[in-house]
Ligand binder design. Structure first.
Ligand code: CO
Length: 292
């Protein structure tokens, strides 16, 4: 692992958070927020590891604005973004309340406290069950439910979900934490504690490099491979480069089996969801929260 790049990716994420926080006001277009965050990441020497997710209320994750989106910030907004430096990723999220709601504030507190408690327990040799139990107990003590079918994850080079799951609920598995890079991301909800697939999002990932006949689609595929590798990207980025003709090509690439489109993830009862997330590096020097 290239430690310095991991650390830098985390540092950029925290700088971006401090930059964007004061600008998150009710009524600001999500499109502006996403572009400001992504531009700032680049200005600071990183690249977005995935499109900025700006998910409101019952949308738990996977909403990013389209190129002509008119949605304005409101409600309980979750800002989830990633930075990479040569493929070394930091994954970071926080939530804000834009309607002065005590319930929103308490939901946000619950996921933040769960994250904090999980970080304290996060050491080499810790049982993953303990992390899940810590998150679950903390959120339940606030009177809410953790979202059990969303979880933290190990991170590899150009690999956002590298195989190990960091659960948001106690489980019977017996595996322990080893050296590596991880994201912990508790979600708290007033609802059932599960998400299901909603409408298609604007977010894609490449699943196959197989040939496609249409020249525009082929050109876009090449661009995706070169610029995003195996990391997620969005239609907005492709439209910026190729214009709106790219939208049809993205559909063709999806139908041809080159791309996977992510669904928006919606809380099953339509209830509000908060999220908090940090990236942690576990190595010979101990535990380091890279995105603090
Ligand atoms: Co994550």
């Amino acid at each position: 692992m290239e430690r310095q790049k991991v650390i830098l990716a985390g540092k950029i994420a925290s700088q971006v958070r401090e930059y964007i926080k004061p600008q998150l006001k009710k009524g600001v277009p999500l499109l502006d927020i996403a572009e400001k965050i992504e531009n700032k990441i680049i200005e600071l020497g990183g690249k977005p590891a995935f499109p900025v997710n700006l998910s409101i209320n019952e949308i738990a994750a996977h909403f990013t604005p389209s190129h002509n989106d008119e949605t304005k910030a409101h409600g309980l907004l979750k800002i989830d973004f990633g930075v990479h430096v040569d493929g070394w990723i930091s994954d970071h999220a926080f939530s804000i309340d834009l309607e002065n709601s005590d319930e929103n504030k308490k939901l946000i507190q619950a996921s933040e406290q769960a994250l904090k408690n999980a970080i304290e327990a996060f050491k080499q040799g810790t049982n993953l069950n303990k992390i899940g139990t810590t998150i679950q107990n903390t959120i339940e003590n606030f009177g809410f439910s953790p979202i059990i079918n969303l979880s933290g994850h190990s991170i590899g080079k150009y690999n956002l979900h590298a195989g190990i799951t960091i659960p948001n609920i106690g489980n019977k598995l017996n595996n322990t934490l080893e050296k590596g890079l991880y994201a912990i991301e508790p979600f708290a909800t007033t609802g059932s504690g599960k998400v299901h697939d909603g409408k298609p999002s604007e977010i894609y990932v490449i699943t196959s490099e197989k040939n496609i006949r249409n020249p525009t689609a082929r050109e876009i595929l090449r661009y995706i491979i070169e610029n995003y590798h195996t990391l997620p990207f969005c239609s907005r980025w492709i439209v910026k480069k190729f214009g709106t003709r790219a939208l049809f090509a993205l559909k063709q690439l999806e139908e041809n089996g080159n791309l996977h489109n992510f669904a928006q993830l919606i809380e099953k009862k339509g209830s509000k969801v908060s999220q908090a997330e940090h990236t942690l590096l576990l190595d010979q020097e101990g535990t380091k929260v890279t995105t603090l």
